[in-house]
Design a binder for this molecule. Sequence first.
Ligand code: GCO
Length: 254
Amino acid sequence: MTNPFDLSGRTALVTGSSRGLGRAIAEGLARAGARIVLNGIDTGRLERAADEMREAGHDVLIAPFDVTDEGAIAATFAGFDTAGVAIDILVNNAGMQFRKPMVDLATADWQRVIDTNLTSAFVIGREAARRMIARGHGKVINIGSLTSELARATVAPYTVAKGGIKMLTKAMAAEWGEHGVQANAIGPGYMITDMNEALIANPQFDGWVKARTPARRWGRPDELAGTAVYLASSAADYVNGQIIYVDGGMISVL
Ligand code: GCO
């Protein structure tokens, strides 16, 4: 009986993976045997992350591109084709946060968040799926949020984008399932990341997260790795269109 969670021989592209949740997910997939393609816009930071992972014995490539740059995405996948790099697992993790009340929010700032957090997942997913469908197998894992279900004041574009991620995941499942491609999502709770640094440092917000979460604590990025490995593996070949919350129970309680 082979290990259904073994990712040996598979290659995973994780967007926004030089740090934070993306780096933790990349580490988890690497530990399960996958070759990793790290992505980000800071080549130096990507190279340093890749070197650290290679020192740990992992097989790592880098693919620097801006997830909002459609031309760069197409060129990157063309490069994969030329180099014989088949992306078996795509993790659409790249994202940004922009906190401002809607009445004060510029349309350009709204659009930037939607482009980065939602449209990028469609564009990169389309490029990856064209190739996965041709091969008859593939895994797409989109990174949602608690705001895929619930809204919080002052993060409207992020919330809308993450709500869209949940439904985009279902749309991907609807169109790609018959071709052996499974699309699912992970909904992280309040995690200890750079993006949340200001929230963590705010005693009132920190207290609210701990009181509102049954686990009574913030989550660690590495706590997403197991769910990512599961969804990336053959153990989840009959799981499609789902979003799994890794949130200490926050989404399940009032
Ligand atoms: C915020 C946070 C959240 C978390 C996460 C929760 O400003 O409320 O940034 O968006 O990062 O998405 O699931």
